[in-house]
Design a protein around this ligand. Structure first.
Ligand code: NAD
Ligand code: IPM
Ligand code: MN
Length: 377
């Protein structure tokens, strides 16, 4: 009897449902063609959930996500819900915290070398860039105490505050995960830890605990770490990104910003996948995780059928590899995506969405990925 895995699907808002639909078709094909079955069920989340029930993360959705083997997410948010008291993005922060998804893994890799010509960086600068951003996801500024400014009471100073808190264990566990991924390469990938230790107390803690953890647990296995300040790291990322090859390890807020920046190297935000995990992806034992493209709900193009589905499809590949242990199938999905991006070679130019200079629709890209994947599985 084939094992059945439960995948909770959270399409969300804007282009979320459009790109998730294509990734689901990919997972359905894998389910048909492999010896495991994927049972996918969709749930309200984000703005769509606020519209349906008044809250961005309904209890039923949270319960299903806790019970599932993996979660596939589109994106949440949009002008309809704005930045008022109840916001779609609160659902995203809540699910990360509830499931303790402390490690956000965002690879800045070229899914295909044929994209080099489309990078806003010169090809000789961008070529060979290969790093993975590992962002701590459940602490720091996103989750500390806050004080909203009172701007409406006459005489009020209108002061706001966001607390940034980390402790030793927070930094240790994300460093272990980074080192673990570094050890998947031979020789081990270099870990570049990014902080603002010349100003922030949290960064001085970060720097010291990262170094101690690598020294005491990973140095003898060949893992090396260096430390860079976030301002100059942001500059290096576009001036000479190969210098950051390996693992870029950083805290929540810096990781949010640097991972969007990293997406311009391969050419477009819509290309890049992410995984948020609550445990080490050892490969032997599937890790619980949430998988989503790094982009948002793109309200400016929602409903037009032109969103790039590649980041979401590649997120589905990570889901297969890390949460279901289906490495062969994950690699086949990645290969199919590469072939579609290289589609001049297979006679179908135009199989890129407009963010990559093509004129294909979201569905046409999905169709072509499926067609090629069917030959690889
Ligand atoms: P965004 O990532 O939604 O869009 C930025 C730009 O990139 C837009 O021009 C958009 O059209 C383009 N883009 C993004 N994804 C694309 C794709 N797949 N194909 C083609 N073009 C794509 O960022 P934003 O506009 O700053 O944010 C919009 C909303 O999304 C906000 O409410 C924000 O909070 C939310 N958001 C959600 C997530 C998430 O759910 N994980 C992530 C980021 C932003
Ligand atoms: C992301 C997004 C989220 C974040 C927002 C929507 C809360 O930008 O996943 O990168 O800042 O973490
Ligand atoms: Mn972001």
């Amino acid at each position: 009897m084939a094992k059945t895995y439960q995948v909770a699907v959270l399409p969300g808002d804007g282009i979320g449902p459009e790109v998730v639909a294509q990734a689901q078709r990919v997972l359905e094909l894998v389910s048909e063609k492999s010896n495991v079955k994927l049972a996918m069920q969709s749930y309200d989340f984000g703005g769509a959930a606020i519209d349906a029930s008044g809250e961005p993360l309904p209890q039923e959705t949270l319960k299903a996500c806790k019970a599932a083997d993996a979660i596939l997410l589109g994106a949440v948010g949009g002008p309809k819900w704005g930045v008022g008291k109840v916001r779609p993005e609160q659902g995203l922060l809540a699910i990360r915290k509830e499931l303790d998804l402390y490690a956000n893994i965002r690879p800045a890799l070229f899914p295909s070398d044929s994209l080099l010509e489309h990078s806003p960086l010169r090809a000789d600068v961008a070529r060979g860039t290969q790093f993975i951003v590992i962002r701590e996801l459940v602490k720091g500024l996103y989750y500390g105490d806050r004080k909203e400014a009172d701007l409406d009471t006459p005489g009020s100073k209108g002061e706001a505050c966001d607390m940034m808190v980390y402790d030793r264990a927070d930094v240790q566990r994300i460093t272990r995960l980074a080192a673990h991924l570094a050890l998947k390469s031979n020789p081990p990938a270099k870990v570049h830890s990014i902080d603002k230790a010349n100003v922030l107390a949290t960064s001085r803690l970060w720097r010291r605990v990262v170094q101690e953890t690598i020294d005491s647990e990973f140095k003898d296995k060949g893992v090396e770490v260096d430390h860079q300040l976030v301002d100059s790291a942001a500059m290096i990322m576009v001036a000479n990104p190969r210098k950051l090859n390996g693992i870029v390890l950083t805290e929540n807020m810096f990781g949010d910003i640097l991972s969007d920046e990293s997406s311009v190297i391969p050419g477009a935000l819509g290309l890049l996948p992410s995984a948020s995990l609550s445990e080490l992806p050892t490969g032997e034992q599937p890790a619980k995780g949430l998988y989503e493209p790094i982009h948002g709900s793109a309200p400016d193009i929602a409903g037009k059928g032109i969103a790039n589905p590649v980041g979401t499809i590649l997120s589905a590949a990570l889901l297969l590899r890390w949460s279901l242990g289906l490495d062969k199938e994950a690699t086949a999905v990645e290969q199919a995506v590469r072939k579609v991006l290289d589609s001049q070679d297979i006679g179908g130019y135009g199989l890129r969405t407009s963010d990559l200079g093509g004129n294909a629709s979201t569905k046409q890209v999905g169709d072509k990925v499926l067609e090629i994947l069917a030959t690889l599985l």
